[in-house]
Design a protein. Sequence first.
Length: 353
Amino acid sequence: MLLANSLSFLLDEAAHVGDGGRLLLQLSTHLIEDGLPIIAGALAQDAPDPIISRRIWLWRAPGGEVIEALGIGADRQDADPRLVLREWLGTTQAIVPDEGGVAPTLVWAFDHTPDEAQSELLRQISRFAAAPMTALAERSAKRALLEAYLGKRSAAHVLDGHSRRAKGETIRAALLCADLRGFTDLSELYDADEIVLVLDAWFDCVAGAVHAFGGEVLKFIGDGVLAIFPIGERDARAACDAAVRAVKATRAGIDHLNQTRRHSGGPEFGYGIGLHVGEILWGNIGTAGRLDFTAIGKAVNLVSRIEGLCKPLGRTVLASTVFEAETTEPMIAMGSHPLRGIAGTQTLFSLPE
């Protein structure tokens, strides 16, 4: 029996596409080849993400444009793709069937009502699409959860099968180490639930800025953050400049938080940030039964010690000589200082406060 192009695609290829947007685009193309009068479509997928509750991809002819609509928070958890599709199409005369009941995960818009044979093909499409869409959702959920807990780089390695203790990957990068000041005192003032909110606000400022400028958070360590701006696709100068921009964005975020906390009578956030450039060894470390992706090396120790001098030197940001030599941002010399556990002294620099 000769199958329709769209059904052959669902049986043979759909389970291997990368994401919902690609599946929707390719399936739509095959449906048009099969003669269906579709002009737009939507594919919905729940997302196990800390912020995004549902992903909805939208496609429309003739240009084959695909965009993604994100459901933010619990209010969008049950977002109906039929409503989202109608809203996206606006005032067009598209026909978007509404059969009631539970919102479907795959929905189409037509320029005229399909005939009986076309309607039967669409019913078959809904049946045959269930398996590849389930596989896609499971892969997407696994990736989203791993990225949320490990970060994108570590998650990619786990998904690629790197789950054994072995020699790690050497990465050259600009390093950022940030630490919240007075966390012990805050812990005495607030109960556990309020402390979690404090930490979330602090991490949002730092990690949000790091991600915005192309960096990646490797670790949350207590109230500290270790992040990298890898050197490779961009050179050392660009990586260091990105790290400085992330620091400036973090400062702006913390200033806004502190202004809010002053108005509410809460204590302000104090913090220190260390910056350095060097090589780190990054990979699986731990026991046979419990592994952790982490970063080690002299550069990690050094940037941590540099951050530790922020409070004694009265600065929020300190950087190493090698970092200062790479960045185009003007920095202030702070003299040479001994660093705990590191031989000799280090000449340090600071950003203008």
